[in-house]
Design a protein around this ligand. Structure first.
Ligand SMILES: Cc1ncc(COP(=O)(O)O)c(C=O)c1O
Length: 401
């Protein structure tokens, strides 16, 4: 066996091609050739609505008024106690959750929340299940723990969780299930009924196998829902063995500031031991002391979101136009993505063809579901308006062929 100076698995990850990155780079090259205004880049999930003025003002005030040693110094590894207490209180007010500061662990966004949680509970030989379509980094995060990543095929009619298949897949080695609602890439919000049924299955299977099967709720889009009737239940209330992985990246448009948290359900069996395992995983991964200033910023702006009416307007504009042109698409209640059926079987070929019309879309294969494209509508409304003739011509080209 040849000795290597580096970890082969990490090298492979670092060198793996990324469709989204490649599309983004293609978009930049194309913008130089034909002008930015002629390229319709729908590839990235980078919020296009600015963070609220109140957040900007808080940052300015903190910088002006706080002793820099205190402002930029370490907090405790789990996050500042007053920050965790304020967030717990806000969640209790909004969702009647009964949380306290000691149930929260501050993180650098959802990616850190997820990797810490997964490392806290998974061992090699365990299995973590998720539902397609899913955020592609899930595979990377789970496999880094040595556990097996198992995907339940999508229900391509409703894009709700396929619970019959899930129930049949769970086995003694299943340690966790990871879900994401509102969903990237479909924009679908799982119904309360679907979630209740999932929790029923988890209770039954946990009893059958004699150990808890944890629910990991990945919730960066929790507040991004566009109709008053849409409910995103708080999952610790439906199932005791729940971790909620939250991030302010999307709700406050702060993805570059890397701030979020983990909630360890107070009702969880062995809650204190699991919280300690979260602390241990944070330590092992180097995710201690989330950005100190941002902890204070989010604690001072609880309950605020970026102006979601812009995303709602973008959704309506794009959904109505695309369905009128003959595209098939699940109606998205939340997040900022449309999941549209490709007009030929191979979504990669369809995305290549879309480039002829300067439309940059992401094929669905890496989300664990073939034959669709993801369109991120966290872009300017004006770009969507300019792009509509291109979508129409693309559909016409397929009708003629
Ligand atoms: C479903 C989902 N989970 C997690 C993340 C990672 O979010 P963060 O930027 O907070 O790490 C994203 C980012 O796009 C996402 O869409």
């Amino acid at each position: 066996m040849s000795h290597s100076n580096y970890n082969q698995a990490m090298l492979a990850l670092g060198q793996a091609p990324s469709v989204i990155r490649e599309t983004f780079e293609y978009g930049n090259r194309r913008a130089q050739e034909i002008g930015r205004e002629n390229v319709f880049d729908f590839s990235l999930g980078n919020p296009s609505v600015p963070t609220p003025d109140a957040v900007q003002n808080t940052i300015c005030r903190l910088v002006e008024e706080t002793d820099p040693i205190q402002l930029h110094g370490y907090t405790s590894a789990i996050g500042a106690e007053p920050v965790r207490a304020a967030i717990a209180e806000d969640l209790n007010r909004r969702y009647d959750t009964g949380l306290s500061a000691s149930d929260l662990y501050m993180t650098c966004g959802a990616a850190a929340s997820l990797t810490i949680t997964l490392h806290a509970i998974l061992c090699p030989g365990d299995e973590c299940i998720t539902f397609a379509p899913f955020f592609p980094e899930y595979r990377v995060f789970v496999e880094a723990t040595g556990a097996q990543f198992t995907v339940i095929d999508a229900d391509t009619e409703s894009f709700q969780m396929n619970l019959a298949a899930f129930s049949d897949t769970i086995s003694a080695k299943t340690k966790a299930v990871m879900i994401n609602t509102p969903n990237n890439p479909t924009g679908v919000v799982y119904t309360e009924e679907n979630l209740q049924k999932l929790c029923e299955i988890l209770r039954r299977k946990s009893a059958e196998y004699g150990h808890p099967i944890y629910l990991i709720a990945d919730e960066p889009y929790r507040e991004l829902v566009y109709d008053a009737a849409t409910v995103v239940p708080y999952l610790t209330k439906l199932y005791a063995e729940t971790f909620v992985c939250y991030s302010y990246s999307k709700s406050l448009s702060l993805p570059g500031d890397r701030i979020g948290y983990i909630v360890v359900s107070p009702q969880m069996t062995d809650n204190r031991l699991l919280y300690a395992a979260i602390c241990g995983a944070g330590r092992a991964l180097g995710f201690v002391c989330a950005p100190s200033m941002m902890q204070q910023v989010v604690a001072k702006n609880l309950g605020l979101t970026a102006d979601l009416s812009i995303y709602r307007k973008n959704r309506d504009l794009l959904y109505n136009a695309l369905t009128e042109y003959g595209y098939r698409c699940i109606y998205p209640d939340g997040a900022f993505y449309l999941f549209v059926e490709a007009l030929e079987q191979d979504a990669n070929a369809f995305c290549q063809k879309a480039r002829d019309y300067e439309l940059l879309l992401v094929p669905s294969d890496s989300f664990g579901c073939k034959g669709f494209v993801r369109i991120s509508y966290c872009v300017t409304t004006e770009m969507i308006e300019r792009s509509l003739p291109a979508f129409q011509k693309l559909a016409e080209a397929y009708r003629k062929s």
